[in-house]
Write a protein that binds this ligand. Structure first.
Ligand code: DP6
Length: 366
């Protein structure tokens, strides 16, 4: 599919008002997206586990305007409180998506979002937040055009979420989602994420991700700026090629359940992401001393316990500790005994692999 396939033809229904809510999860990349071209096109393909506990619930109330306007009319509330400072980002999102959602300027939108994870926990809310909003918008469009298929619905939600935040396009479905054109993956696209259709060994069912909140402060460098630094980066071409290669290798590991190989690939991806940040100009370090402490403890524990615990990182200091269901008791005990001491106030989130976004309510009144 190409961009123009997401521009709707005429709508068959008239809807005066509606209230729609979706809960959408966060995701954690195994092969990382780092670097992008214009219009949110990723420089390399990526794949993620969809999460379950970390999620955003967004409700949008649509009310038809007497006459369509030249700008977007909306109010934004975060946990019931008006948030003016979030509005420019949403306005930019509407500008980017307007061609694909021509109804936008004909309605007033009241948007209310709630996160399941603590505010300012250093957990990126853009993936869950942008995907939840995109889902509400596509669901409203489905009221205007009920013929839209489930497949097109999911693709369009992912396509729109990507325009809000790249990684958000991997939060619509579960449990593994791939985004970005990749020669070994039929149907892969730079425009939207697709559910991973390759074989997946049962060891990955119910995989755990315990997120250790090492540093809850504001990030030094936003992801958008970080992506930008991959232009003219001395190692970018090798990195993009490596991501393609790693994705192909990961397909084999996911099928065979080879956790040893999986661990090496996932940890190497996390460290490569941070190595790219450390070797860009300007350079920066997002890991904290406690991030490194945790990584070293994980390596030592893995060696002595012969378990299959590993870590990954996103663009920050927090550590995602990944482990299979059959080792959960032993690994969680280790996390409590040895790792929580490196978290701010021992804070952590027990998450696990999830199945994608869920609709909460939909009440159109025509
Ligand atoms: C390190 O999706 O936050 O988490 O497209 O600029 O919104 P924008 O960036 P964003 O980048 C996330 C990068 C990452 C790796 C990943 O999730 O693949």
């Amino acid at each position: 599919m190409i961009e123009k396939d997401f521009i709707p033809l005429a709508y068959s229904q008239e809807v005066k008002e509606a209230k729609i809510a979706w809960k959408s999860p966060s995701n954690i990349a195994l092969v990382k997206y780092w670097g992008k071209r214009a219009d949110q096109i990723p420089a390399n393909p990526s794949i993620s586990f969809t999460l379950s506990a970390c999620a955003t619930t967004t409700t949008v109330e649509f009310e038809i305007l007497k006459t369509p306007l030249n700008d977007f009319r909306f109010d934004f509330f975060f946990e019931g409180i008006p948030k003016e400072d979030f509005k420019p980002k949403i306005n930019r999102f509407f500008e980017r998506t307007m061609a694909y959602l021509p109804f936008l300027k004909s309605y007033h939108l009241k948007i209310d979002s709630t996160n399941s994870f603590p505010h300012s926990s250093g957990i990126a809310s853009s993936a869950s937040g942008m995907s939840a909003l995109a889902l509400c918008l596509v669901d409203f469009e489905r009221c205007l055009n009920p013929d839209i298929t489930k497949e097109h619905f999911n693709k369009k939600a992912s396509f729109l979420a990507r325009l809000g935040s790249g990684s958000a396009c991997r939060s619509i479905e579960g449990s593994l989602v791939q985004w970005g054109t990749h020669s070994d993956t039929k149907g892969s696209s730079d425009l939207y994420g697709i559910q991973y259709k390759g074989e997946v060994h049962p060891i990955f069912n119910k995989f755990h991700d315990t997120i250790l909140l090492v540093d809850k402060g504001q990030k030094q460098v936003s992801s958008t700026v970080g992506h930008g630094l991959m232009h003219n980066h001395p190692y970018s071409e090798q990195r993009f090629a490596q991501a393609h290669h790693n994705l192909s290798s990961l397909r084999t590991m996911l099928a065979s359940g080879d956790l040893k190989a999986f661990i090496q690939l996932v940890e190497s991806e996390a460290l490569t992401l941070h190595a790219m940040m450390m070797t860009s100009r300007p350079y920066f370090v997002l890991m904290k001393p406690n991030t490194l402490e945790i990584i070293n403890r994980i390596w030592a524990f893995r060696e002595r316990s012969k378990t299959h615990v590993c870590f990954t990182l996103d663009a920050g200091a927090n550590v995602h500790v990944l482990y299979p269901e059959n080792e959960k008791k032993q690994v969680y005990q280790f996390i409590q005994d040895e790792l929580l001491t490196f978290c701010e106030n021992r804070q952590h989130i027990c998450d696990r692999i999830g199945f994608g976004a869920e609709k909460i309510a939909r009440t159109p009144h025509t």
